[in-house]
Design a protein around this ligand. Structure first.
Ligand code: HEC
Length: 95
């Protein structure tokens, strides 16, 4: 009985970690300091997310997420794959 409870708790913890939704993208954008160099509407050090949304389709999300993770042509971003996918999906959603 006790063991069963522990398994249930552990499974719940795993599920909540991997379930980063697109809605979290907006919060992550802030917490990962993307907004230091980017803004939704205006160009700062980096291009605005509106400009990037016009340039890229949804298919580009995993490609750009990988770029940010590996630091290819961009500063390296410390975040999980799920977080990066959520952030980039949100960033590119400003059509
Ligand atoms: C230190 C400043 C800085 C920070 C912090 C930063 N960026 Fe950028 N970003 C840039 C600059 C400059 C560019 C334009 C040059 C380039 O494409 O790398 C850019 C480009 C991009 C692009 C377009 C990449 C492409 O291939 O066209 C995306 C998407 C992006 N940033 C997302 C993010 C996200 C998401 C975060 C936060 C996790 C973030 N950036 C944090 C400076 C920054």
């Amino acid at each position: 009985m006790k063991l069963k409870m522990m398994v249930l708790v552990a499974t719940g913890a795993l599920l909540s970690v991997s379930a980063v939704s697109a809605q979290d993208g907006a919060a992550l954008l802030k917490s990962k300091n993307c907004l230091n160099c980017h803004a939704i509407e205006a160009k700062k050090m980096g291009p605005s997310y509106k400009e990037l949304s016009a340039k890229y389709t949804k298919e580009a999300v995993p490609v750009i997420a990988k770029k940010l993770k590996d630091g290819q042509g961009h500063m390296k971003v410390a975040a999980t794959d799920d977080e990066l996918n959520a952030i980039v999906e949100y960033a590119l959603s400003h059509k």
